[in-house]
Ligand binder design. Structure first.
Ligand SMILES: Cc1ncc(COP(=O)(O)O)c(C=O)c1O
Length: 464
């Protein structure tokens, strides 16, 4: 597990003192809300576009003469055919050029891609309840929609102490949502800390949060991955406090706990919270960004059908769905690969990330072990490093810039007002082996320069 220390702001109940939640209403053990009852005021007010729904309903219908839609005729579209050569040599040609240049008349997504995503979710996560899927523009898009679906201004939500800050830093302040951070270790949120946070809020008469936002595998930034036992414990607490769980899982397939020689492939991956979800409290957020390419801007969300229906209205109004051409091409690519081809592609990703993380780990061991500690990453894209004898990694920022090294200080990945943290997030996704070594040597110089005076002071004391 990555080395964690309990920072000063973790209170006795396990919550991380930063922000105050809003006002509240329901306590532990309360009857679970229905999905409709969970919706925010905005979501309740959201209606489908009647024009777009009508056009979608009759699009492609047989024996119906429709003069309803403002859809351009396919004969006027510019692209007659499109083909792509994949990096593994597979040739793909766009099978539905007309549909791929048309509006998304099937609102939940390009039909063949939608089926592919639902089938993969069923295979990997074996959902315990009834679910539907919606194609999105990736996780960032989905997360904003999902927070707005459930939270009203002033409502609180729970996050890992260190987390991908989009929800807390960007979305929450705009809407007045209140994030509450919970202490974590190398498996993510600590169940006792979660329980303590919730019980503490309740006993103080403060609002209980509505949802838990979690990154369950290869967490950004710490690399934490929750074991089945940890997931089961957190799920039980979520049930007791009737919390939704929003699992944002972009690193799900990037797992390599046993190194490059024993990769899990797809069949060895741990299923997400969806597999535990007997009462539809999980919203699962997937993206193609880390398993295919981020520039595709494609992802999918899986949740109870009532939630998916509302999210579909959101997509229908805001974007009319992701680019049809991209959806068509990605779908054709996945069909051309078939299940085996996709699995081989993922195996290669796992191998490359496992190798890169191993190289970075080894170089850190060689050059930095006097000054820092960390665990060999088992998934994701990040090595989470704790700097010894440093209160705040931010303090090193100037020196690091002068030496020409950049990594993300942990405190920028926690709530504002959090105390200083001695952590750095090192990404092993892009740099070369040579650059990894340069990084380690330069960071060592920074840390040596800092530690030097400290050592001298100790010697001075001994001499006195
Ligand atoms: C945890 C997490 N969620 C979401 C995203 C954004 O994903 P997308 O490209 O699908 O918007 C990232 C990207 O780094 C991430 O680390």
């Amino acid at each position: 597990m990555p080395p964690f220390t309990v920072p000063e702001n973790v209170q006795q109940d396990g919550s991380v003192a930063c922000e105050k939640p809003g006002s509240l209403a329901r306590g532990p053990g309360a009857k679970a809300l229905t999905m409709e009852e969970r919706f925010s005021l905005e979501a309740n007010r959201r209606q489908p576009s009647s024009l777009r729904s009508l056009v979608a309903e009759f699009a492609g219908a047989k024996d119906v003469v429709s003069l309803a839609g403002g859809l351009p005729p396919p004969s006027l579209f510019p692209i007659a055919s499109l083909s792509a050569k994949l990096t593994d040599g597979t040739e793909v040609s766009l099978s539905e050029p007309a549909r791929s240049q048309q509006y998304n008349t099937v609102l939940r997504g390009f039909p063949s891609l939608l089926s592919w995503c639902s089938e993969l979710t069923a295979r990997l996560h074996r959902p315990a309840g009834t679910y539907e899927t919606l194609i999105t523009n990736g996780s960032s898009h989905t997360l904003e929609m999902v927070l707005n679906l459930f939270l009203n201004p002033g409502d609180s939500f729970l996050v890992e102490q260190f987390h991908f800050p989009l929800t807390t830093e960007v979305f929450a302040p705009c809407r007045g949502f209140q994030p509450i951070a919970v202490a974590m270790d190398g498996e993510g949120i600590l169940p006792d800390a979660l329980e303590g946070t919730l019980a503490g809020l309740w006993s103080r008469g403060e609002a209980l949060p509505k949802l838990l936002y979690t990154i369950p595998a290869g967490q950004n930034p710490t690399g934490a991955s929750a074991s089945p036992e940890r997931r089961a414990a957190l799920y039980e607490i979520a049930r007791r406090y009737d919390l939704l769980i929003v699992e944002d899982d972009p690193y799900h397939m990037l797992r390599f706990p046993d190194g490059p020689d024993r990769l899990p492939g797809l069949s060895g991956l741990l299923p997400g919270y969806l597999s535990l979800d007997v009462d539809s409290r999980v919203v699962r957020v997937d993206t193609f960004s880390k398993c295919l390419a981020p520039g595709l801007r494609l992802g999918w969300v899986t949740a109870h059908p009532t939630a998916i229906a509302k999210l579909t209205m959101n997509v229908q109004a805001a974007t009319t769905g992701p680019c049809s051409l991209t959806q068509g091409l990605v779908s054709d690519m996945l069909q051309a690969w078939g299940p085996q081809g996709f699995e081989s592609f993922i195996l290669n990703l796992q191998r490359v990330y496992a190798q890169r993380s191993q190289v970075l780990h080894d170089l850190c061991t060689l050059h930095l072990s006097d000054y820092a500690e960390w665990e060999r990453p088992a998934g994701g894209m990040f090595l989470w490093m704790r700097l010894k004898g440093v209160d705040s990694a931010l303090e090193l920022w100037g020196d690091m810039r002068r030496e020409g090294v950049v990594a993300v200080p942990g405190s920028t990945l926690s709530l504002k007002n959090s105390p200083p943290a001695p952590f750095l997030r090192l990404s092993f996704s892009q740099a070369s082996d040579v650059e990894f070594e340069q990084f380690c040597l330069r960071l060592r110089r920074v840390l040596e320069a800092r530690a030097g005076p400290a050592l001298e002071r100790q010697v001075d004391k001994l001499q006195v």
